[in-house]
Design a protein around this ligand. Structure first.
Ligand SMILES: *Cc1c(COP(=O)(O)O)cnc(C)c1O
Length: 411
């Protein structure tokens, strides 16, 4: 397996260390089901303010549609036994990606702590006082793009001074979008791990600066996990009823591991043995896969294996997995697979052509999952988690679509 990974072949690794006793394992952890419920309650507490700041969210709860993907299924997997669905986090409002779950949640946790200390009421009618209070504080984060968008946009809207440390692969349009919202963008010459190190160092110099640490954050993780509570209602509407015979299969793009990890944690709590979770990474950044496969967890760096960490899949260019998430996923994630960048451009085209849905290339990584994980003959519900794309400017999207179309012709 290691040789194939080093040789940059797409691989599938079925996790041999998956826990055999799920409930005992979950009960042994310091973060609990109660924490997920508390996280959802916190988001409800803030929904009035979010509704006021972002009226497009309607009720102030930022959630994405779940749809059945018949046309995509017919095109790609005409012989699959189960049914194909899309969880469209690509269309999460406010942040335009899955980062709307974790990033915004952590901003709310920090804001709530500060406001409590100053005895300021969390209420949309008190927004002027809230913003005045938070303007004395700085929210800082390192990002390859999407996390910066989510935290920058929400922090600035609440009145924080917001700083985003961008890695060298961050897209211009994401930086511009942030600067237009009054966020300070610092461009670093290194990769995500480097930008995170610099951001952490700078934040340490000021006691009123909070650094959101994507590599170690429990709050981000919990923000993602709430998706499992909310999806139950969508399952009821679509007649999805997971069981041992007809399980859920989730296909989740993985960067540092916070978003797929939090979702897996939430789903394993809510759906137990009836859910299987698969993580997908680019062939050039298989950091979580290497961490789990070698047992070194957060201590691996893809460069130790002669792998470049270069990918055009935004958000997935991560050389080392989260130290906090990797040990949990060693026990909870069912399997890992890798994909080639070019295939993701083909898949964004196929998704547009069949379902009319626009996503960014990293968000297409789940689409190959049914085949890659050898699940074509697996019964049940196969949910591809599309993780970003709403804010991609049209002219940039058109170029990516064209790249996919050109690649399709060559095949
Ligand atoms: C961040 C991101 C991911 C991966 O999330 P991690 O928490 O870094 O694992 C996947 N897709 C998109 C579009 C992202 O922005």
């Amino acid at each position: 397996m290691l040789e194939n990974i080093k040789g940059k072949e797409p691989v599938y690794y079925q996790n041999k260390k998956l826990t055999r006793d799920l409930s005992t394992y979950l009960n042994s952890l310091p973060i609990t089901f109660r924490d997920i419920i508390e996280a959802e309650k916190r988001m409800i507490r803030w929904s009035g303010i979010i509704k006021y700041l972002f009226p497009e969210t309607k009720d102030g709860i930022i959630e994405s549609p779940l749809i059945k993907a018949n046309n995509l299924q017919k095109l790609l997997y005409p012989n699959m036994v189960g049914n194909l669905y899309l969880k469209l986090d690509s269309h999460l409002l406010v942040a335009g990606s899955i980062k709307a779950r974790g990033g915004i949640y952590e901003v709310l946790v920090i804001a709530e702590k500060i406001l409590k200390k100053h005895k300021i009421l969390i209420d949309e009618n008190n927004l002027e006082n809230i913003r005045l209070c938070l303007s004395d504080y700085t929210m800082s984060v390192a990002s390859t793009g999407n996390l910066g968008l989510s935290i920058g946009i929400m922090s600035a809207a609440l009145g924080f001074k917001a700083i985003v440390h961008m890695s060298n692969d961050a897209k211009e349009w994401k930086k511009k979008r942030l600067r237009d919202k009054g966020v300070i963008v610092i461009e670093h010459k290194g990769d995500f791990t480097y930008a995170a190190k610099k951001g952490r160092e700078q934040a340490m110099l000021d006691s009123n600066t909070h650094f959101i640490d994507d590599e170690n954050s429990k709050e981000l993780f919990l923000g993602y996990s709430v998706s499992a509570l909310r999806i139950k209602k969508q399952f009821n509407e679509l007649g999805i009823n997971p069981s041992k015979e007809n399980p859920l299969h989730l296909y989740l793009p993985c960067g540092v591991g916070g978003s797929p990890g939090g979702i897996t944690f939430g789903f394993k709590h809510v759906f137990g043995e009836t859910v299987k979770c698969y993580f997908v990474e680019p062939i050039n950044c298989p950091s979580m896969l290497l961490g789990v496969l070698t047992g070194k967890l957060g201590d691996v760096n893809v460069s130790d294996f002669g792998i470049t960490n270069k990918t055009s899949l935004d958000g997935l260019a991560v050389a080392s997995p989260s130290n906090f998430v990797a040990p949990l996923m060693e026990k909870l994630c069912d399997g890992f697979y890798t994909v080639k960048d070019n295939d993701m451009f083909i898949q964004i085209k196929q998704l547009k052509d069949t379902e009319g849905i626009k996503i960014e290339p990293s968000a297409a990584a789940g689409i190959s999952g049914v085949k890659a994980t050898k699940n074509l003959s697996s019964k049940g519900y196969h949910i591809i988690w599309t993780t970003g794309g709403l804010f991609v400017p049209d002219e940039i999207y058109d170029r990516m679509y064209f790249r996919g179309a050109t690649l399709c012709q060559k095949k």
